[in-house]
Design a protein around this ligand. Structure first.
Ligand SMILES: C[S@@+](CC[C@H](N)C(=O)[O-])C[C@H]1O[C@@H](n2cnc3c(N)ncnc32)[C@H](O)[C@@H]1O
Length: 215
């Protein structure tokens, strides 16, 4: 049986590039990126774009990029690259909000959370997801107390140690904590601990981090 290759038509392709390592980019996504007129992505994702492609960098230009996408969705093939899976704490949400559903296609990717759970052999069908990316930690303790498994998407300010320190002041239990850094990349790190020890950890938290709390 022969299957026809689907022609990539004009529109917006929101592509999940996976946790960072090029090996995680699916062949489907690779083909779409190759055939697009223009790629919109943050600097961190430049390695996923073939040489010679027109690129618009996302940093500091979110509003302009959204305007460009809205204006050109019918006349161009636009690839918007996002990290991990577009369904999890992603710029994807902003893009789908401004378009009609006929104007975009979401191409799934492997989320950093999937890689984290795979590394420690944990299922994620009962995991509670929290992002503290650019946010305050208020309310986090309540979420952690109410759920057995919580995964927290960190940022450079809200590092695993800072979060653990905050939680030790708010909750009594000595929850197990695993910090996952730069998953799938050459400097991947996994630190298995508990919130009390993690709160005292003085390391430099370079790159991207997730914090898994279980009780
Ligand atoms: C804007 S969110 C995007 C999440 C993405 N959609 C996903 O499915 O992984 C960015 C956050 O994801 C986490 N993250 C993304 N890639 C990671 C990696 N390779 N290792 C650890 N954490 C990662 C970090 O917490 C980072 O601050």
């Amino acid at each position: 049986m022969q299957t026809k290759k689907k022609k990539i038509s004009n529109g917006v392709y929101i592509i999940g590039t996976g946790p960072g390592n090029l090996k995680f980019l699916s062949p489907v996504s690779k083909n779409i990126i190759k055939s697009c007129d223009i790629v919109i992505a943050s600097s961190r994702l430049m390695a996923f774009i073939p040489k010679g492609k027109k690129i618009i960098r996302l940093e500091g230009k979110y509003k302009e990029c959204l305007e460009f996408i809205q204006k050109n969705a019918l006349t161009k093939k636009i690839a918007v690259l996002v990290s991990g899976d577009p369904g999890i704490f992603s710029f994807s949400k902003k893009v789908t909000q401004i378009l009609d559903s006929s104007q975009y296609e979401i191409v799934p990717g492997v989320s950093s959370l999937q890689v984290a759970c795979a590394r420690v052999g944990l299922s994620w069908d009962d995991l509670s997801l929290v992002s503290v990316h650019g946010k305050s930690l208020r309310g986090l303790a309540m979420k952690c107390e109410a759920n057995k498994k919580v995964i927290i998407f960190c940022d450079n300010k809200n590092t695993p140690a800072r979060i653990a320190k905050y939680l030790t002041r708010k909750i009594k239990e000595k929850a197990h904590a695993v910090a996952f850094g730069n998953l799938s990349l050459p400097d991947e790190e996994i630190i298995k601990s508990n919130i009390i020890s993690l709160a005292k950890c003085k390391k430099e938290w370079k790159g991207l981090w997730l914090l898994l709390l279980t009780k």
